[in-house]
Design a protein around this ligand. Structure first.
Ligand code: 5AD
Ligand code: SF4
Length: 473
């Protein structure tokens, strides 16, 4: 994903509001005549939803300091690049993209900063390879951003925020909301697991949960601004432990968030299978506002490979949790992540992943070829699988899963679902939205303004990745 911020999203959210409470506006004040023009910023974001939301908070910090958002990188005084290093390809892009900023930094005095996982991983090495960069800051140091930006404003070069050993979370007074329909909210940062392939514990630092009072305060403000759907974020979101005296666990927090007046849908991602409890399913069963969707990465269907990946559960333990979810009173969609071609993965191990897909019946799978990452235990493991064989396994897995999804979606033809409308294709007058189970439904409607509305749709056709519906009411 490579996306810039749009302007005025927060005010769009307010138009979907039921009218309760004022919308906290992050939109900059129009420049007063005669006043010096405020400095402008542009953030380019790669990677996961956590990165997207981090960028929303970083933008909030800058808006709070009087910066205004620029429409394009060329218009910005401060260019920030929020990076991802989860797989090699994403990390490789960073230096070539930084190369694009070189002339602007040298000739037009733009300040360039690198944020996120590559910043943490490469550290000051970035200044050596791209000397036009002035700021390198990993996500565990974002709470220091005002101080770091102040250093830059007073002419500082080679400014760094690279501390990892922290017990603090990044909370901002302002958050620039990019998505007018769904509001993201980080409840837990970092990760205390140590999966053999993964850079996250080294780029985002140790796990730290935010207090329930702070989370619930933000949810109330979002509801007041008109948001009805909240997505709680964390690398291992269900490892959440309220650090305050209230001591909520994740299931307790879910119920408390869902009880905030105005909130109609609560999503959460990503769950770790080892911390996935029956209590979470009981909470979903008892609370209609908790969405019928769980993203539960399995990574492999072979216990031998799971052990080598240090995933802390077996195939059977994972499938037991799937059975709990399937026994819930309402149908819950389950999606997952899978890595193929982990070092030592035999054809038999891979077959076990395919049979796990059959057993689990996922509604969506993000699948990846194993990519060796710096400073991870899997980086130098023996018995690597060739790129060609990884590609073959990935294609086989994706086709296998496509058939599963097609069959599952076709069973939905004729059923009705509540859809929160989140996009419109004007030329085709086609609308799209998501069900509580996170399925995409495309439909046409004579209505002119449905964005942010909840409608009922009947499924008339089904593909592997989306449904076609008709607008019922
Ligand atoms: N190689 C391939 N895929 C990876 N993921 C994380 N690290 C790697 C890696 N080194 C995948 C996992 C994770 C998702 C976010 O990215 O499946 O769940
Ligand atoms: Fe990475 Fe494993 Fe932590 Fe997920 S649980 S962020 S895969 S170390």
């Amino acid at each position: 994903m490579n996306r810039a911020f749009d302007i005025g999203i927060e005010s769009l959210a307010a138009t979907t509001s039921s009218g309760a409470g004022p919308a906290p506006s992050c939109a900059p004040e129009p420049a007063r005549r005669g006043a010096p023009a405020a400095k402008s910023f542009y953030i380019e974001t790669f990677g996961c939803q956590m990165n997207d939301h981090d960028s929303e908070k970083v933008a909030g910090v800058l808006l709070g300091r009087g910066y205004r958002p620029a429409e394009t990188p060329a218009d910005a005084d401060l260019l920030l690049y929020n990076t991802c290093s989860i797989r090699e390809k994403a990390a490789q892009k960073v230096f070539s993209r930084l190369g694009d900023f070189k002339a602007a930094a040298r000739d037009r005095g733009k300040v360039v900063g690198v944020l996120g996982c590559v910043a943490q991983q490469e550290g000051e090495e970035i200044f050596e390879r791209a000397p036009w960069v002035s700021l390198v800051c990993g996500s565990a140091s974002y709470r220091r951003l005002p101080e770091l930006v102040a250093q830059i404003e007073s002419g500082g070069r080679r400014v760094t925020g690279l501390d990892l050993d922290t017990d603090e979370t990044f909370e901002t007074e302002l958050t620039r909301r990019d998505n007018p329909i769904r509001a993201y909210l980080t409840i837990i940062e970092g990760c205390d697991y140590s999966c053999a392939y993964c850079v996250v514990p080294r780029t985002r630092g140790p796990e730290r949960s935010r207090s329930s009072a702070s989370i619930l305060g933000e949810v109330r403000r979002l509801a007041g601004a008109g948001y009805t759907e909240i997505q709680l974020l964390g690398q291992t979101v269900n490892s959440y432990r309220d650090p305050s005296a209230r001591g909520l666990n994740f299931a307790g927090l879910l119920v408390a968030v869902a009880a905030v007046p105005g909130i109609r849908r609560v999503r959460f991602t990503t769950s770790h299978p080892s911390d996935f409890t029956r209590e979470i399913i009981e909470a979903i069963d008892a609370t209609p506002a908790l969405c019928d969707h769980i993203h539960l990465p399995v990574q492999s269907g072979s216990t031998r490979i799971l052990r080598s990946m240090r995933r802390t559960y077996t195939r059977q333990a994972y499938l037991d949790k799937i059975s709990w979810i399937r026994a819930a009173r309402r149908p819950i969609s389950i999606t997952s992540d899978v890595i193929v071609g982990f070092p030592g993965e035999t054809e038999a191990d891979f077959e076990e992943t395919l049979t796990l897909l059959d057993a689990a019946q996922f509604d969506g799978v993000f699948s990846f070829k194993f990519s060796p990452r710096p400073n991870t235990p899997a980086q130098h493991m023996d018995s690597t699988i060739s790129e060609v064989e990884q590609g073959r396994r990935l294609a086989v897995l994706q086709e296998h899963q496509r058939q599963i999804q097609l069959a599952r979606n076709q069973k939905l033809v004729g059923s009705e679902h509540e859809v929160l409308v989140d996009s419109h294709h004007a030329a085709r007058n086609q609308w799209a939205g998501r069900t509580s189970g996170n399925r995409i439904v495309n439909f046409t409607s004579p209505h002119l303004s449905l964005l942010g509305e909840y409608i009922q749709a009947r499924v008339v056709r089904a593909g592997p990745n989306s449904l076609v519906g008709e607008h019922v009411s």
